[in-house]
Design a protein around this ligand. Structure first.
Ligand code: 5GP
Ligand code: MG
Length: 188
């Protein structure tokens, strides 16, 4: 066996904003907070995939409270790095959120439109409480007033990839959060 190598796409990064070890420490701290806040509640986690997939998987394995998991798919970035209009909710959930304590998990809070729309939808279906947990928060980009209840890291206004976040569906498997070299933002 050869020595352990990282993904070749790591070479596409211009710089790293959050390292794998920083992510690990922060996810553990968020889990401590959630374990305390939901100790006497039956939690229903709703992950917004694909972006929240890796964050949710790591976070949930550190939760020691009873919970159920469902996913939904929302789309605003149809291609590339520019949001295209209002978010569309593509996949509906299977579990019933009525009378549930819902924790919405997403990769990043950007304009706020996606989480605002999904939180509104879940409240309208009769959830008892709806809280939100995001790994990343780009406060400078907010277009609608929305703040998450649990935030991993505040980041500057740069388009990031890795740890679930993609550019044209690539780079989700990178273990860090980083910014691509400009030449890689061009192609598909
Ligand atoms: P919002 O509705 O808050 O503008 O956008 C949320 C969604 O846009 C996120 O769930 C994510 O899929 C996508 N998004 C926003 N900023 C970034 C970014 O910097 N990188 C990537 N890969 N996706 C982003
Ligand atoms: Mg997303």
């Amino acid at each position: 066996m050869s020595a352990k190598k990282g993904a070749p796409e790591l070479k596409h990064l211009d710089h790293i904003l959050v390292t794998p070890s920083a992510i690990k420490r922060r996810v553990a701290a968020l889990a401590v907070q959630l374990n305390a806040d939901y100790i006497d509640k039956d939690m229903m986690v709703v992950a917004i995939v694909n972006g929240a997939l890796i964050f949710t998987a790591d976070l949930l394995r550190q939760l020691s409270i009873p919970l159920r998991l469902d996913c939904l798919r929302a789309s605003s970035y149809h291609d590339g790095t520019k949001a295209a209009g209002e978010p569309r909710i593509i996949d509906q959930m299977k579990l019933d959120v009525r009378d549930q304590h819902v924790l919405l998990v997403d990769d990043i809070l950007d304009t706020g439109k996606t989480l605002a729309a999904v939180a509104r939808l879940i409240k309208s279906k009769g959830a008892t409480s709806v809280k939100t947990c995001v790994l990343l928060d780009k406060t400078a980009r907010r277009e609608v007033p929305f703040e998450a209840d649990y935030v991993g890291f505040g980041i500057p206004n740069e388009f990031v990839v890795g740890y679930g976040l993609d550019f044209n569906e690539r780079y989700r498997h990178l273990p860090c959060i980083g910014v691509l070299k400009p030449k890689y933002y061009g192609g598909k």
